[in-house]
Design a protein around this ligand. Sequence first.
Ligand code: XMP
Length: 319
Amino acid sequence: NWSMAGFRAAKIAEIREQVGDGKVICGLSGGVDSAVAAVLIHEAIGDQLTCVFVDHGLMRLGEAEQVVSLFREHYHIPLVHVEAEALFLGGLAGVTDPEAKRKFVGKTFIEVFEAEAKKLGGADFLAQGTLYPDVIESVSFTGGPSVTIKSHHNVGGLPERMNMKLVEPLRELFKDEVRRLGVELGLPPAFVGRHPFPGPGLAIRIPGEVTKEACDTLRKADAIYLDEIRKAGLYDEIWQAFAVLLPVRTVGVMGDGRTYDRVCGLRAVTSVDGMTADVYPFEASFLTRTATRIVNEVKGINRVVYDYTSKPPGTIEWE
Ligand code: XMP
């Protein structure tokens, strides 16, 4: 694709010009955007870039390992992997309010990141995978300028506090363009094609209290759901598909025993940029197959429901 090749070359020149021989730190979220930004910047300035991956333990199944191995083994990009699951889950204990969860994860992410940056001796620049829709949504979100629907998790405020300038090479791009750029940069298509994942991670897919046990249960259900979607060849048609774990328990029967377990909700939407979304119309047989697998294979879940709400009036994430 000539236009992405052109964009890549122009951005590399721009980054070199902006950064000079300065040091850059990039916070990896585990998602596509920050990964593409990091690879692009590394191509421009090599080991003047260090990546810091704050692993909050709220990722999808196998995701943290994927990111770490991709950066260390495949790209040889210097990467600090901070395993902070205990810190995040400890702080989330007893927290049930969605905004409180978002704020705690955002704030803690910044604190951990800041501490790591200090250990590295600081840097002149902070790199972020900010996209064009992020730039717009932070100004006016679904509810209009005066209403905060959801506090988006990002590292806002950090650059000033740490006296760093921002490098944001993806600011003009939409998600599909970031994916094309990622492929252009040699990232595995399956990696760049992954569905978006919110900064606060599974914390906002578990209404009610977030515990290690709930995260593990949800990860299993989510992995089965995505496995079925891939097997059906639907993954790339869907903007985002994920499971949520509800705090509600309902009665069921398995074998000749009574069960009293949690409810799992499934969500899948199509969208261009996440600002509006339509429900993905699965065939009934797909949903039946997936629900059966989840209830049979995941301990702690005995009922599965499908979310039929578009955005608006729903949001994509449940919290
Ligand atoms: P909502 O739930 O607001 O989500 O309809 C729109 C899109 O944004 C993602 N999302 C986030 N992404 N940090 C992020 O980086 C966040 O705090 C966050 N909250 C929601 C969501 O997954 C969807 O793609």
